[in-house]
Design a protein around this ligand. Sequence first.
Ligand SMILES: NC(=O)c1ccc[n+]([C@@H]2O[C@H](COP(=O)([O-])OP(=O)(O)OC[C@H]3O[C@@H](n4cnc5c(N)ncnc54)[C@H](O)[C@@H]3O)[C@@H](O)[C@H]2O)c1
Length: 343
Amino acid sequence: MNRDVNRAVRVAVVGAGEWGKNHVRTFAHLRGATLASVCDLDSAKLEAVRSDYPGVAATARYDDVLRDSSIEGVVIASFASKHFEQARLALAAKKHVLVEKPMTLAPEEAEELVHVADQTGCCLMVGHLLLYHPAVAKMKALVANQEIGDLFYLYSQRLNLGRVRKDENALWSFGPHDVAVAVYLFGDEPEVVTAKGEAFLQQGVVDVVFVTLHFPRRKLAHIHLSWLDPHKTRRTTIVGSKKMVVFDDMEPTDKVRIYDKGVDIKPQAVAYEDYLHVRFGDVLIPHIGSIEPLRLECQHFLDCIRTGARPMSDGRQGLQVIRILAAAQRSLDLDGAPVPVKG
Ligand SMILES: NC(=O)c1ccc[n+]([C@@H]2O[C@H](COP(=O)([O-])OP(=O)(O)OC[C@H]3O[C@@H](n4cnc5c(N)ncnc54)[C@H](O)[C@@H]3O)[C@@H](O)[C@H]2O)c1
């Protein structure tokens, strides 16, 4: 493998749709990258690429990407149902892969991708964008340095009235982000998952889902996902023994608020009413910078290709998220019954 850390890495983007075009734009402008090729089945998408990026090859044949030995990295942002096969072929062709979420639609497929990446020595990274969000990095630091105390529970909401997908339901479309964040913040894997949801718009495709991840030591993460909601909401709240934090991604600048609020337990209190002392302190809005998370994610992919480092959202982390989603799907199918993650 080429370990020259100063070289420009040649990248192809597969799928230039609503999200993939952001990868195209980012890699076209990122220092240290050369956007070599864009692959899409839709001729209108290819025309747009030809017009916006004249030096970039635009093709409908995935084989063109696989056969081009100058391309080191392949970014897969096509339909979820294509991720497994396209990622497997790229890894087998000895290319580094950044595959969008959901990594695959079944744990067995994710396991195979991890296996093929291990065998070929290629980097396998999953587009769990929020792990590269400065606000999530801030929350992780607040948890890790014990500033919020013991992390008791978190809840997140990923809602809007928007794109209704057919390939994947709201759990598989939105869930990877929040599951990845919950696992990252707790630094642990849930033991059991419960999920309730309903398909209102298309038979068999759940539009709204309420997922609960049950972590060891009675820690909880509750996740509400929907594309059938009046409000666009992207919010995560974490509650610790000392402080509480809200990350609201819909806020243009002040995305993180740290609340010095909590309930202190005073075992020495004489009167019972003094035993639990509610504390209302200040609210702090930390400066977290304004770098686009996708840019950080793409930069991380390039750095991992150049140095051989393991990505933060690597294949194993992706597999863990897929196992949790599969347990949640099983719970959904069982009308909310608890399902162990390690089955
Ligand atoms: N990380 C994030 O925050 C984020 C946000 C939105 C979407 N996504 C993910 O990105 C992926 C794409 O989502 P989207 O909203 O852009 O969907 P989209 O339907 O708008 O775009 C998908 C594109 O892939 C192309 N495509 C499909 N099959 C192909 C194939 N075999 N070869 C080449 N091109 C093919 C389609 O023609 C289309 O242009 C999905 O997996 C989605 O979950 C991630």
